[in-house]
Design a protein around this ligand. Sequence first.
Ligand code: 5GP
Ligand code: ZN
Length: 114
Amino acid sequence: MSCIFCRIAAGEIPSKLVYQDDQVVAFPDIHPAAPVHILVVPRKHVQSVAHLADGDGELAGRLLLAARTVAEQAGVAQSGYRVIINIGDEGGQTVPHLHLHVIGGKQLTGHGTA
Ligand code: 5GP
Ligand code: ZN
């Protein structure tokens, strides 16, 4: 298995999992862009949002709910935070395994379009 996030989800690469359930894991981003920067990923390999199947609706919802839980645990639920999903080359996606960035702990501005 060569996919880095599949390997983290499978426990092949030791990582501090801040959240895990039967379908989803979350761990800190290796290059945090803010005091809170956590990646939420499906255990199942899905390359991106563009590769979600019609039958992945529950998984998609579970990812969003996990992002909410992660934000609560990190203490940013009240102050506010951002959930970002990059998709494909022009979307800025560098790891080809679907992931949600949960970013917070500082004032964020704009829409991340720069
Ligand atoms: P993307 O640009 O694909 O939306 O985000 C990929 C993110 O994964 C980047 O923020 C990058 O810092 C993070 N990342 C890449 N490789 C690793 C890794 O091996 N471990 C962790 N924890 N984060 C990684
Ligand atoms: Zn993968």
